[in-house]
Design a protein around this ligand. Sequence first.
Ligand SMILES: Nc1ncnc2c1ncn2[C@@H]1O[C@H](COP(=O)(O)OP(=O)(O)O[C@H]2O[C@H](CO)[C@@H](O)[C@H](O)[C@H]2O)[C@@H](O)[C@H]1O
Length: 498
Amino acid sequence: MRILFVAAEAAPVAKAGGMGDVVGALPKVLRQMGHDVRIFMPYYGFLPDKMEIPKKPVWSGTAMFQNFKIFESKLPRTDVPVYLFGHPSFMPRRIYYGEDEDWRFTLFANAASEFAWNYWRPDVIHCHDWHAGMIPVWMHETEDIKTVFTIHNLAYQGPWRWRLEQMTWCPWYMQGHNTMAAAVQFADMVTTVSPTYAEQIKTPEYGEQLEGLLSYISGKLVGILNGIDQGLFDPERDRQIPQNFTADTLENRRENKIALQEELGLEVNSKAFLLGMVTRLVEQKGLDLVIQMLDRFISYTDGQVVVLGTGDRYYETELWHIASRHPGRVAVYLLHNDTLARRIYAGTDAFLMPSRFEPCGISQMIAMRYGSIPIVRRTGGLVDTVQHHVPSENEGTGYCFDRYEPLDLYTCMIRAWEGFQYKDQWRSLQQRAMRQDFAWDHSAREYEKIYRRIKGLPESDDEPQAEADEAAATSEHPTPDAATPDATAEAAAKEKVA
Ligand SMILES: Nc1ncnc2c1ncn2[C@@H]1O[C@H](COP(=O)(O)OP(=O)(O)O[C@H]2O[C@H](CO)[C@@H](O)[C@H](O)[C@H]2O)[C@@H](O)[C@H]1O
């Protein structure tokens, strides 16, 4: 099947948060399953520093009265083709923010549609978050191109309808008061990134005003848990951490902790309980809880804390103040740095994620893979990925609390700090966490089922071939080269299954 991913981020070349991880990892796995998956993303000003980009465009087009160029490259160290949308509005060296945010991403979505109609015609466009949200609306009358819309973050819903009407064409049939609402209505399937969050967003507490609509379309809404790229995040081979280790050689991990304490200017003490956070500094991430109880935690325990993140000025300032009150105990780094993030995962004893809401969460999975025990609020994907540690039963993979209250987080952190004193138990907790399987394979198969369903194909190749042929014959592939790679990909997939 030909599948076009359209997104604002794709790791490792353009990543602000977890959506980048997903778009950077899932296409690789789907390609291994035999599908022809390609990515369409903006050509940001910083991209030439991170990947090889030919000077000559492969195609040029027009959208919203703007000329644009498309450059073709590959996602580094993969065979995934990437089409870069070249337009001056994406030349600044940033992914988000800026006054033209609504306009430039609407233009991006419009250009992606033009691209799919005129240059590389996919069977399915997989749209990620509001940046690609208008595509399902525009594809509504294109019979042979189906759309999947994935919600990574319901809190950001894109421009309102009146603004869309000013900027671009809203077809007569369009419904929905903003971009995300329109995407949810018009996509053939809507997914979000964990089963628990898929249920939560149908309630007023988590629905961000779209709970009514999401309940109404619940027949086409599913939660598919994210994975992580276990090849990219592998403590045994990661070259960016001082000392590699596995679940069986956890004693080597100590060196990472010492190196991290030295690097961050914390007191060097391998026995102190070192907590980490790597996050966007936004309301979603439970930072108000952290800010309210960090002083108390620091004075009651021998704990140390490192926070790496960027985001809202308020949280940046508050965290900075806390760090200045506790030199050697609290370190705050207000920047985006992938290498430092890995060293934090590899060197901390526990990882804090007290989110207010969490569609899935990638960070807690990376933390577990690197033996840093997650301390999480039981919400969204955190419910689906972290099991509460019960020492007497020797089970669980982290520490969990329920209510969004500073005292509940504090109690949970103290329990983890106490648990850390029992070295043997802590070691087996780390081993259980590290041995969790967060590979993408299972989820990729779920996405494959969805793509097949909306194309009218049987769920798997095991089902009668005649049915598949019939469905394939009824779907149109107007571009001349459409049939060949598709057929090859399908055949490869079948061969693999066989
Ligand atoms: N300052 C920094 N420096 C370096 N790396 C940093 C960083 N700040 C964050 N990161 C990295 O960004 C990623 C964060 O991913 P998450 O999924 O945990 O949250 P996010 O809210 O961004 O994602 C949203 O989309 C994803 C994907 O669907 C959902 O899992 C999630 O719940 C949803 O909120 C991790 O890989 C983390 O290491």
